[in-house]
Design a protein around this ligand. Structure first.
Ligand SMILES: NC(=O)c1ccc[n+]([C@@H]2O[C@H](COP(=O)([O-])OP(=O)(O)OC[C@H]3O[C@@H](n4cnc5c(N)ncnc54)[C@H](OP(=O)(O)O)[C@@H]3O)[C@@H](O)[C@H]2O)c1
Length: 336
């Protein structure tokens, strides 16, 4: 296996001064790969030089990934302080005391005393059964309110106070939601996970976070080309087929996926691409260490933004919502 020295992979700084690798590996196998396949990929990724892993309790693979971390640490493949392990609390665990319970299960599964970054996965407590139809609506789903969110965030802050999580993170936020909650946070989020790929650059949210010293972490960095059919709509654009991007890939002699990642890293977000295939995850890490894009190529890629959101979140809608756009504050009105 090709090994990329972790020291050669650029780092970003969190507002705490702590460093985080400029790229990580996603661990959501969706319904395509088993938990064991994902865990095996994590094992291979650690050996090849990855140090950042994006996890979540809802991915249902933390116990197997925990075995991989335990073995890698026991065999001295990596030191704990060099790993950057993340997880997320799922929507059905926002209630009083539940965030602690969720983290406790995650730590037990991951066989860790702490995680480096713990996210609120979605900013509402709206649960849906795994694999349910995109048109299904849960009877108790509710819109975002700052008050509800802060009740969850207070629990997150408490976990930070206890030393069980080293940094706090938010995910699937908007500028309007952040404006409503950031002034209320005793501990500011160190990172915000958001959908980011060339055809969905979210410049307003990206700049807002950077301006506040919050690191953007980009999910679906390749445009999630093999996401399940239920997450696709007729208007979706495939990033890796965009002619300008394909031309840049040809010029560098790499797959368009690799150009998406180079663009992400050079722009300043931390992409977390997923792959269980060694050739792919190795080239995804290697590309951060060699052959950067030129300023002209970065400008071309800036121009391919199509405001094309892929993860629309339909299943989290409440009764009476107009459509998935309501999850993303189309008119920027947020209830306090
Ligand atoms: N916070 C959230 O709400 C949230 C939401 C979604 C995702 N995420 C996180 O983001 C991670 C990544 O998202 P994602 O998996 O949806 O999308 P993605 O990383 O954009 O796309 C993954 C797919 O791209 C292909 N790929 C990867 N590397 C490649 C390469 N070098 N060459 C060619 N193809 C390549 C693979 O397809 P093949 O398998 O066919 O090779 C892989 O399945 C997830 O695993 C998860 O950790 C978080």
């Amino acid at each position: 296996m090709e090994i990329i020295q972790p020291a050669a992979v650029p780092k970003r700084k969190l507002y705490t001064g702590e460093e985080i690798p400029c790229i990580g590996m996603g661990t959501f196998g969706s319904d395509r790969f088993t938990a064991q396949q994902v865990a095996d990929a994590v094992a291979g990724a650690i050996r090849c030089g990855y140090r950042l892993f994006d996890g979540a309790s809802v991915y249902q693979n933390e116990a197997l990934i925990g075995e991989v971390y335990a073995e890698a640490l026991a065999q001295d493949v990596v030191k704990r302080e060099d790993l950057f392990i993340t997880s997320k609390v799922w929507n059905n665990m926002h209630g009083r005391g539940d965030v602690l319970l969720s983290l406790a299960q995650t730590l037990k599964d991951l066989r860790q005393d702490y995680v480096d970054l713990y996210f609120v996965h979605w900013p509402f407590p709206n649960y849906h059964p795994p694999g349910c139809d995109v048109d299904s609506r849960s009877a108790d789903a509710v819109p975002f309110t700052a008050e509800r969110y802060m009740a969850t965030w207070r629990q997150m802050e408490h976990l930070h106070d206890l030393g069980l999580v080293r940094h706090l993170g938010m995910s699937n936020m908007t500028v309007a939601k952040l404006e409503a909650v950031l002034p209320l946070c005793r501990i500011q989020p160190a990172a915000i996970e958001m959908e980011l790929h060339p055809c969905f650059q979210q410049p307003e949210l990206f700049d807002y976070c950077v301006g506040k010293g919050i690191l953007p972490i980009g999910f679906c960095p390749i445009g999630s080309p093999t996401r399940p059919e239920r997450d696709k709509t007729a208007d979706d654009i495939a990033d890796i087929a965009v002619p300008e991007l394909v031309a840049v890939a040809k010029a560098h002699g790499v797959h368009p996926a690799v150009i998406c990642l180079k663009w992400a890293v050079q722009r300043g977000q931390v992409p977390i691409p997923f792959s269980v295939f060694e050739n792919e995850y190795v080239s995804n890490l290697r590309c951060t260490t060699e052959d950067p894009l030129t300023d002209a190529e970065m400008a071309v890629l800036r121009g391919v933004d199509r405001d094309c959101r892929l993860i629309k979140g339909q299943v989290f809608l409440w009764q009476g919502a107009r459509g998935w756009e309501d999850l993303w504050d189309p008119d920027s009105r947020i209830a306090q």
